[in-house]
Design a protein around this ligand. Sequence first.
Ligand SMILES: *Cc1c(COP(=O)(O)O)cnc(C)c1O
Length: 497
Amino acid sequence: MSFFSTRGGSCVTASQAILRGIAPDGGLYVPAMFPTVSMAKISAMAEMSYPERAVAVLKLFLEDFSIPEIDRAVRAAYSPERFGDPAVAPLKKLDDGNWVLELFHGPTLAFKDMALQLLPHLLKMSAEKNGENREVCILVATSGDTGKAALEGFRDVPGTSCTVFYPLDGVSDVQKLQMVTTGGSNTRVIAVRGNFDDAQTGVKELFGSEEFIEEMNRRGKTLSSANSINLGRLVPQVVYYFSAYADLVREHAILAGDPVNFCVPTGNFGNILAGYYARNMGLPVGRLICASNRNNVLTDFFHSGIYSTHRTFFKTLSPSMDILVSSNLERLLYEAADRDGDLIRVWMNQLKECGSYSVGDQRREWMESMFYGDCADNKDTLAEIRRRWEDNGYLLDPHTAVASHVLHQYRLSNGLDDTPTVIVATASPYKFAADVLRALSADSGETDPFTAGEELERMTGVPMPESVRRLRELPVRHTAECDRDKMGEALFKSMDL
Ligand SMILES: *Cc1c(COP(=O)(O)O)cnc(C)c1O
């Protein structure tokens, strides 16, 4: 299996695509064709463990990896030490016709672990396959969740290291605590005096600085990134769509071949895109419901065919979905454009220069046959957390609540679609305990996340994950701080310690 760039150029192997992250022409790597999985194979997955399902799907994309290599990586990534639930991605019944796929049992309690636990192993092997024997140094700028997920993924993976830059005044207390208490001998966390843009611009400058790259070289290291457009983050996400379907078959909730809808809380479009890839591989997916918060640029896109960033940016209760440019959408556009890289380049240039592009009615209708977009504001989100708790005894986090609200509206307005539907749950409610508590008891003014978590546990009986409880006692291991124009120096200084 080879991979093309969405902007027309290059044809590379899976390991090259993973090592490079982004194509030299600025495009994203996409499979040359979609491998197919027969209904018999999907049914057989019902009897498999999550790691076995992962091998069955990943081997179709990662052709220059051997099956034992994939198997080893998958078992290390989804081990019981790292995932708090033996099923890894358990499927829970919510009510008649609706299920929840829980993707938050990894070390950082959010769905990014599903990919970032595996990526380091894939990246390390990709380096070796391409004659790269230097240490692979990952640099990440984070506004919160991705940083911690990357640190936990790369922690103590031989031949790699991970450095995270976070804005001193731009992450929540829990997020900061999660990062600065990270263990491992190959992790570094550095606070940047500035906001998220400062940290992100700084990292981009390091990637573009010859001087910095030379010094890295001299130290026997090479740079790489772990952001969500990397193919090595996309393919692990395809697995759990198959896994959820196989679980529905095993539970006799559906017959093999029946369609299933998925409703996905969406930001950068990586998660839901993996569902679309699963559909292209033969998984009987009905509708992919794309749920946004108040930053509803995708809702408007699916309704109008026009993607426009001329809008106000809102901070919401679902911060990981506060995004105006959904970078993984480019991979769907590529299919909508009949794989015409020139057309993608035109649209992406329009986006860069004018802040918008239009795909036209025909392509919009084609997308609408598979996708449905809608959104929920903060009020809807809090009301949905309360409704699901009171009606179903299920505790949602604010991101998943956005999806649950959108699904509820979808069912009301599309009365004929009674297809069984899986809500993809992306974070543990205990990651956002103060907001979830406020949803259940409006008069709670508790803002301390730990106290709010304890109160939430008392109220609901839903157990608080151990990793949250422990966080309060873990020693702070990372205290470095630097100015925005001294990030490279700060990194070398911490390497020399
Ligand atoms: C990253 C994230 C999302 C958005 O996922 P995308 O792949 O960017 O669409 C949703 N919820 C949570 C909790 C996340 O961390």
